[in-house]
Design a binder for this molecule. Structure first.
Ligand code: SAM
Length: 220
């Protein structure tokens, strides 16, 4: 069997497709220096979020799970000057580091961070204008709850991107993996069977961090 070096593959593709980006590099460095876990989306996935939000002409984006704001910066850059990313984060510390990173990247005017449990924050934004795009990337136990809430807050034709739904294939193998993490994702995928409000698909991905994937849904 051939051993494939997926890190090398990432580097090859990224080096030809992604431009050097001082603000994003600084965000990663500052997050590391402040002991945030290294669980931001990959550079290529960040670029995909940017491209997706841009291609649907998004003006209002909802993000669940800010961490250090790495994905937030990508999303904010996709929006016009009067666009807004509302991003929800549980940890005060993560939100503080994210604020630094977002400010340094020059997109602070397009980002509002709401600190607290996302389920509470989602109730608070319910009265706001509808969103065009949602990115779900927080605790996986609440994945289904976040999806239901995001769906309600989205305009018709709006899109939801849900990260980490494959987990090396373990999500599809309850006998091998009964972690709370995979259970949460599984519950979400099972609920999709009867969901008449969206059309959706999952796409498997491979990176230096291994196999995973995302679900992409468009509201009918
Ligand atoms: N989207 C970020 C990126 O790509 O740069 C990464 C987000 S990280 C995978 C998940 C984040 O969700 C963590 O910062 C964590 O503190 C936050 N989180 C966990 N549980 C949460 C909750 N109940 N409400 C809001 N945020 C939560």
């Amino acid at each position: 069997t051939t051993r494939v070096d997926w890190e090398r593959s990432d580097n090859f593709h990224n080096s030809h497709l992604l431009r050097k980006d001082e603000a994003l590099d600084a965000a990663i460095r500052n997050s590391e220096a402040n002991d945030l876990p290294p669980i931001s989306v990959s550079p290529a996935a960040g670029q995909l979020l940017y491209l997706l939000a841009k291609s649907i002409g998004a003006k209002r984006v909802l993000e669940i799970g800010t961490l250090g704001g790495y994905s937030t910066i990508h999303l904010a850059r996709a929006l016009p000057d009067d666009g807004k990313v509302i991003t929800l984060e549980l940890s005060e510390h993560h939100a503080k580091v994210a604020t630094e990173n977002i400010t340094k990247a020059g997109v602070a005017s397009k980002v509002d961070i709401i600190v607290g449990p996302a389920l509470d924050s989602l109730r608070k934004v319910a009265s706001e204008p509808k969103f065009d795009f949602a990115f779900i990337d927080a605790d996986k136990t609440n994945m289904l709850n976040y999806f239901i809430a995001a769906k309600r807050l989205l305009r018709k034709g709006g899109a939801i991107y849900v990260d980490n739904v494959i987990r090396g294939g373990l999500v599809a193998d309850p006998a091998a993996d009964t972690s709370e993490f995979s259970d949460g994702v599984r519950k979400f995928i099972l609920a999709m069977k009867d969901d008449e409000e969206v059309e959706a698909t999952t796409i498997g991905t491979v990176t230096g961090k291994g196999y995973d994937g995302f679900l992409y849904a468009v509201k009918k």
